[in-house]
Design a protein. Structure first.
Length: 506
């Protein structure tokens, strides 16, 4: 009889366990995907994975997106996170698996600690311009350093991305760092190479997925700053404006750039610079075919009075050239302007085109003084109409952006990245500043004593604006422009009454 209460108690305990509802645990984990952060929702019940859903991602459509669709279901079916990756999307696949591992560790109370076999490990991944090699050194419990030998990535864009990501990985001991927008290919390749190198050390990469602490502190209200000149956009135009302002006097200048890196489309360009240049063109012959091209252009029927005047100016210059007996290539700003106008289907504004052509050679010389390396030879570049193409001797647009950046900083310009201009401040019919926000949502008012310069570039990456202005460019069409080309300046200016023209020429 003495043992009956014990048996009864045990029976009641079993009955209670049988009727208790076990609540599923839901975890939202943010891990580093191929193109950026991925938010994965993991539902765990009794230690088993019941559901996996990718809530947010920026993976490539048709590649990473396939893994997003297939891997969650496969994990639930097998109840394990270590699966075969989707072909071509191994980084995306592994990221989802790592999110599940982190969630399982939390649900079961297990600790995911990074443990390494000390040493230096090497790996590589294909970046934007070629293979990107890394050397990662680890101790038994931490990532000590990451070295990147010489590579072919664009110095300003890719180089800055590599340094930023490398510093964050070592400082915070995590692979879950943000890709640098504008350098997503380089960012993804670098993180992939580092991850592959670390795998050789025996570490579980899921233990290296903790989020990076927020670097920018949130504050209330609006922070106000005052300058003489506020420039929006740190591409070629914005940086040129900053340098020019600095050279003109001791002005307080700030440049606001929403992207994490400067350069805009100028940094991505092929650095082909067209200008009439007597000194460099003197070795080029004037052939009969080239003569015929000039005669044809100055003999056609003009479409406007401005066109007629421009043709007459070219004709006068060409007749003077023929009278001189010269055998070298004929060129002049007027001929450059006429070819530009004709090549643009005769819809351009001739006075502006004249101003452009008349200042190109001085601009080239100005850039050279700042440090832009220009080859001595002149050619007819892709898409050019005459042998007046000058080539910068540097990768992509680095030979243009780097000298401008250094000159702007030397002149005392403050350049702020990650700062998005939201609207223009108008008082008494005059633009006197810019409202902006940083990446955590802090609000700023940048007051401008003398004015605001909008150098935000085009809008080819703004699908809504693109569909409105050029509906033939469907939403699924890909642009080669940098991702920040969303027409922010156009949007802000039109909101205060500015007119637009030529919006269909994206």
């Amino acid at each position: 009889m003495a043992i009956r209460p014990i048996v009864l108690a045990a029976t009641l305990a079993v009955a209670a366990l049988g009727t208790t509802t076990v609540t599923a645990q839901v975890y939202k984990e943010t891990v580093s995907g191929h193109n950026g952060p991925m938010t994965v929702e993991v539902t765990i019940e009794k230690g088993a994975v019941k559901a996996v859903k990718v809530l947010k991602h920026s993976e490539t459509v048709g590649i990473g997106s396939v893994a997003v669709e297939k891997i969650p279901a496969a994990i639930v079916k097998s109840n394990k996170a270590d699966l075969a990756a989707v072909t071509g999307a191994s980084v995306t696949s592994k990221a989802i698996e790592q999110a599940v591992e982190v969630a399982l560790a939390k649900a079961t109370g297990k600790s995911l600690k990074a443990k390494f076999k000390p040493g230096t490990y090497k790996s590589q991944a294909y970046g934007n311009n070629g293979y990107l090699n890394v050397e990662v050194t680890v101790t038994k419990d931490k990532i000590k350093s990451i070295k990147v030998p010489a590579n072919q990535e664009t110095p300003f864009m890719g180089g800055m991305a590599i340094k930023s990501i490398s510093d964050d990985i070592v400082r915070y001991q995590t692979l879950n760092v943000d890709a640098v927008s504008g350098a997503t290919v380089t960012s993804a390749a670098f993180k992939q190479a580092v991850g592959a190198a670390l795998t050789q050390s025996g570490v579980n990469l899921a233990a290296l997925q903790k989020p990076v602490p927020q670097k920018i502190k949130k504050f209330k209200g609006t922070r106000s700053e005052s300058y003489d000149l506020v420039i929006v956009g740190a591409g070629g135009a914005g940086l040129s404006a900053a340098v020019t302002a600095g050279q003109a006097g001791k002005y307080r200048v700030i440049v606001l750039e929403k992207m994490p890196v400067i350069g805009g489309n100028t940094l991505r360009c092929a650095s082909a610079f067209n200008t009439a240049d007597p000194e460099r063109q003197k070795l080029l012959p004037m052939t009969d075919t080239l003569k015929d091209a000039v005669v044809k252009a100055i003999s056609e029927k003009p479409v406007s009075e401005e066109h007629r005047k421009l043709m007459a100016d070219v004709k006068a210059k060409y007749e003077a050239y023929l009278a001189s007996g010269s055998k070298t290539l004929f060129d002049c700003p007027e001929w450059h302007a006429l070819q530009t106008y004709n090549g643009g289907d005769k819809v351009g504004h001739i006075p502006l085109i004249r101003t452009y052509a008349a200042n190109t050679l001085d601009t080239l010389h100005w850039m050279q003084k700042l440090g832009t390396p220009v080859l001595d030879r002149v050619s007819q570049g892709a898409g050019a109409l005459w042998q007046r193409t000058h080539q910068v001797d540097a990768p992509a647009g680095t030979g243009l952006v780097e000298p401008l950046y250094k000159a702007a900083v030397k002149e005392g310009t403050k350049i702020v990245t990650g700062m998005k201009a939201e609207s223009l401040i108008v008082k008494n019919g005059r633009v006197v500043g810019v409202r902006a926000s940083d990446k955590v949502g802090n609000n700023y008012a940048f007051n401008a004593k003398y004015g605001v310069i909008l150098a935000t570039g085009g809008y080819s990456q703004n699908k809504v604006l693109r569909q409105r202005s050029a509906p033939q460019l469907t939403a699924d069409m890909v642009s080669t422009n940098q991702p920040g080309a969303t027409g922010d300046g156009i949007v802000m200016a039109t909101k205060i009454g500015a007119y637009t023209t030529g919006m269909n020429y994206v």
